[in-house]
Design a protein around this ligand. Structure first.
Ligand SMILES: [Cu+2]
Length: 458
């Protein structure tokens, strides 16, 4: 154990001591059990510690991973073991300001909170099931003893509703991993979270920013909020449980080096494309890739059950798109948002269909209302008016410190599996980080979210 690591463990122990006020957890190592705390089927409320636990702390050799729109899972240190408490439970997730889905996740979040630990750590995950049915957790890619593998009936008994299971193992790997239910349809209800293992020896070259994004697809019928797990067509596509333009942009300081870790769990493979920069694929779901395998590219195909780490030097200032390039994954469910005002494809040659985006914006009360110009003879052109330009801005509805300073109607260009990598000159970067800190202090109303006046139609 090197001195940094010792220092880190010592610091974490100090920070963790006394913060965990809830009942004592099972201390027995390796004694896994399913323990129905209540009758199966009895609704349970999440038991959460009274005080926040310790979240992953950076040391001088590590950059913590930021998973936008998804929290970290806190932990306490108990006799040298990092103890996490994870609860499978129903979650209401707003994926756009006007669309909420009722999904399943972990500890109040879907995707589940990010677990961050260091290579070499011993971790204990105290897992409670607050779902109405049984479940288990599989640690995807982790080399753990078979009785920790989370496959119902094969490696453990299912954890019943109200039940608890203690997972405990030592992390000898490094890289981007994830956890998920081992029930396929529970996966499609959202039951996945990221599991980051920071390496003992930092990767080279060092990065200044490290982000994590989970890709998911949802089949939610119009005017519904619950995913249809048997459906084979997906109309909502999310980064970390949010569709663009509500995805929180990734802020990167100009001249720095950034890593983005992308994990996919769903029914589709996603070619993720970054604008304006070339990157290297530096890691997979199996850990760090040797540098001899790196090659420049700007699109990475992230297959189902895969993880891909990409790294690039942030050379060019600007607000650069990062998105799945499948055209239907760069859309939101228009028919769903339109609801009863849905315009059918059969009606696309009717003039009233022309401004369907405008109609949608009105129906859901979006403040936007620029509609890009159309030609005078537009209706004579085959294909029009499907309104393929598809703009529906909602700048004000999705404003947050990370969107500060974006050009007017920026949100009209963003839908589906998409976010923005904002490569900012240092002074602008520092300004927005200061705004974020203000927000954290509980003054969201004061946050200088841009409120552009609309209506000029220019
Ligand atoms: Cu895609």
């Amino acid at each position: 154990m090197n001195s940094e690591r010792r220092k880190f463990l010592h610091g974490a122990a100090l920070l963790g001591g006394g913060l965990f006020a809830s009942r004592s957890m099972a201390d027995t190592q390796h004694e896994q059990h399913t323990q129905p705390a209540k009758k199966p089927g009895t609704p349970t409320k999440p038991t959460r510690p009274a005080k926040p636990l310790e979240s992953f702390q950076p040391t001088d050799v590590l950059t913590p991973v930021l998973t936008p729109d998804v929290p970290n899972l806190p932990f306490k240190v108990e006799n040298g073991v990092k103890v996490f408490h994870l609860i499978a439970e129903p979650v209401r997730r707003q994926l756009l300001p006007f669309k909420t889905m009722e999904v399943w996740g972990y500890s109040g979040s879907c995707p589940g909170p990010t677990i961050q630990a260091n290579q070499g750590d011993r971790v204990r995950i105290v897992f409670d099931n607050h779902l109405p049915e049984s479940t288990t957790i599989h640690w995807h890619g982790l080399e753990v003893p078979i009785d920790m593998d989370g496959v119902p009936y094969v490696s453990q008994k299912p954890v019943p509703p109200g039940g608890r299971y203690i997972y405990e193992f030592t992390l000898h790997q490094e890289g981007t991993y994830f956890y998920h239910s081992h029930g396929a349809m529970q996966e499609m209800m959202g039951m996945i979270g990221m599991f980051i293992l920071h390496p003992k020896k930092p990767y080279l070259p060092r990065v200044d920013h490290d982000f994590g994004i989970i890709l998911q697809g949802w089949a939610i019928l119009p005017n519904n909020s619950v995913p249809n797990t048997a459906n084979m067509e997906f109309n909502w596509l999310t980064f970390n449980g949010v569709s663009a333009p509500a995805t929180t942009p990734l802020l990167v300081r100009l001249g720095s080096r950034a890593r983005i870790r992308i994990v996919n769990l769903g029914m589709d493979h996603h070619p993720i494309h970054l604008h304006g920069h070339q990157f290297f694929i530096t890691g997979t779901e199996g850990g760090r890739a040797p540098e001899s395998t790196w090659y420049p590219t700007n699109t990475v195909l992230v297959g189902v059950a895969q993880a891909r780490d990409i790294e690039f030097d942030a050379k060019y200032p600007g607000d650069w798109m990062l998105h799945c390039h499948l055209p239907h994954h760069m859309m939101n469910s228009m028919s769903d948002l339109l609801g009863e005002r849905m315009i059918t494809t059969a009606a696309t040659n009717e003039p009233q269909a022309r401004s369907q985006m405008q109609a949608m914006a009105e129906s859901i009360g979006v403040a936007h209302l620029h509609h890009a110009p159309i030609a005078a003879n537009a209706n004579e052109v085959p294909g029009f008016p499907q309104d393929a330009f598809m703009e529906m801005g909602m700048d004000a509805a999705v404003a947050k410190p990370e969107t500060y300073g974006l050009p007017e109607n920026w949100s009209a260009a963003m839908m589906g599996m998409m976010t923005m990598v904002r490569i900012l000159p240092p002074e602008k970067y520092d300004e927005i980080m200061a705004l974020k800190r203000e927000g954290v202090k509980g003054k969201p109303a004061d946050s200088p979210a841009p409120q552009h006046p609309h209506g000029s139609g220019k």
